[in-house]
Each structure stands twice: as C-alpha cells, then as structure tokens.
Ligand binder design. Structure first.
Ligand code: AP5
Length: 215
C-alpha cells in the first residue's frame, strides 16, 4: 500500500507513522528526517536546507523531489511506503504522480490529520525526540517513561531547532498557504481520508487511522 500522511506541523504524522510501521511493515519516508540527516552530516544540501528550515519555510521543490526519487529506488519501497511531510506543494504532488506512474503505481490513500493551530503550537513546543532511536515524546501529553530517559535507555532527548514558538507560527503560515491546497487536490482524486485530531489522544487517532486504511 502506498500512502501519504498529510497534515500541519505537529498534527502527529511522525507519531502515527511509527505506529503504522509495526502494523503495515512498510517504510516511513520523512523528508523532514532526510533533510535533518543532511544537516547533521554537514553536506552542502544540508547547509542550504537549514536556512529554510530554521526560518519555517519550505526547502525548494527541486531538492525534496530529488531526495524522494532517490529514496524510492531502495528495495524496501517495493511493497509500499508511507510518505510523511511530502508532498507539501502542488508542484511536489504533481511530480510524485509522474514518478509513481513511471513505477506503475499510484497513491492508495491520503490520510489528512486536522488539528487546531493553538493545539499544534502546544504540541510542537513540548516535543522531545530521542537522538538514539527516534522515539517521539511530549513533555506533558506523552512523557518518556522515566524523566529525561527514553524507553531505549538513552538520555539524549532533543528539542528540534525549529520547534520554538516563533518558527512554529511561521511553519503554520507556510502550511496554510502552500500545503493546504493539497486537500482539494487529493479530494478531487477521491482518495482523501479526513481525521479530526484536536483533543484526541495518539491512541484515539491511531484507531481512526486504522479505520481509514481498513486495517
Ligand atoms: P518536518 O520534519 O516534516 O516537520 P512538520 O511537517 O513541520 O511536522 P512535524 O515533524 O513538526 O510534526 P508531526 O506531524 O510529525 O508531529 P509529531 O508526530 O512529531 O519538516 C521540517 C522542515 O523541513 C519544514 O519546515 C521544511 O523546512 C522542511 N521540509 C520537510 N519536508 C519538506 C518538503 N516536502 N518540501 C519542502 N520542505 C520540506 O507530533 C508532534 C508532537 O505532538 C510530539 O511531541 C507528539 O508527542 C505530540 N503528539 C502527537 N500526537 C498527539 C496527540 N494526538 N495528542 C497530543 N500530543 C500529540
């Protein structure tokens, strides 16, 4: 199954993707994670991308489309994939359709997670991610099992550079102007599944995601 997890920053795309991996056995392709890896490696691409990410703006279509195209060549994508954070513009969605057509595939479901902006700000500013295993926590809503310590035992719980309130509000503006048009783009293709995430626990949202995907 080829699916897209669509939604604003902090909607829970990464949280739900990690749960779905266990159920579906297909890889999560997160363009945000790929860009952060390039930043950590100190590559030219990473250096340029960081400027956009820290400003809460989108990295250029050309760069992210190239990253995804390369990622699709890996063997683990053969049985399906879940896209997290891509596409984010209509140009990216159109490029994705062309890539998939060449592969003889199409998107089966687009799962849209909708959450109010003020809840998103609270979720993102309280997020901590494990630098060792990638587990996602929230200081209040989904705290690690022991204070400051991940379930994997690591104490490397990090806050992302772009998870401060000023950048989050800019990321939300970017979402509403550049990514929200994808809702009507995919509604027009008949494969959009809407989920209301405001005030719902991660487990409650997961139940709805599974229903939407008929799992
Ligand atoms: P990216 O890394 O994709 O970030 P994002 O879309 O802003 O999404 P997030 O990772 O912030 O949120 P999420 O929905 O995964 O939420 P999570 O599950 O972690 O992109 C970062 C940047 O990279 C972009 O700004 C851009 O510059 C660049 N970029 C990436 N892709 C690009 C592209 N395609 N084109 C151009 N540029 C691109 O949850 C958030 C928090 O909420 C966590 O603390 C979690 O514990 C908590 N939480 C989750 N679910 C719930 C719930 N139901 N109730 C309460 N808390 C919850």
């Amino acid at each position: 199954m080829d699916i897209i997890l669509l939604g604003p920053p902090g909607a829970g795309k990464g949280t739900q993707a990690k749960k779905l991996i266990d159920v579906m056995g297909i890889p999560q392709i997160s363009t945000g994670d790929m860009l952060r890896a390039a930043v950590a490696e100190g590559t030219e691409l990473g250096r340029k991308a960081k400027e956009f990410m820290d400003a809460g703006r989108l990295v250029t279509d050309e760069v992210v489309i190239g990253l995804v195209e390369e990622r699709f060549k890996k063997p683990d994508c053969a049985k399906g994939f879940m896209l997290d954070g891509f596409p984010r513009t209509v140009a990216q969605a159109e490029a994705l359709e062309k890539m998939l057509k060449r592969m003889g595939r199409r998107i089966d479901h687009v799962v849209l997670m909708e959450v109010d902006d003020e809840e998103l700000v609270l979720r993102i500013t309280g997020r901590r991610t494990c630098g060792a295993c990638g587990a996602i926590y929230h200081l209040s809503f989904s705290p690690p099992p022991a204070s400051g310590k991940c379930k994997c035992g690591s104490t490397d719980l990090r806050q992302r550079d772009d998870d401060n309130e000023i950048t989050v509000r800019q990321r939300l503006k970017t979402y509403h102007s550049q990514t929200a048009p994808l809702v009507s783009f995919y509604a027009g293709r008949g494969n959009l599944r809407r989920i209301t995430g405001t005030g719902q626990t991660p487990e409650g949202v997961f139940k709805k995601v599974k229903e939407a995907l008929a799992l």
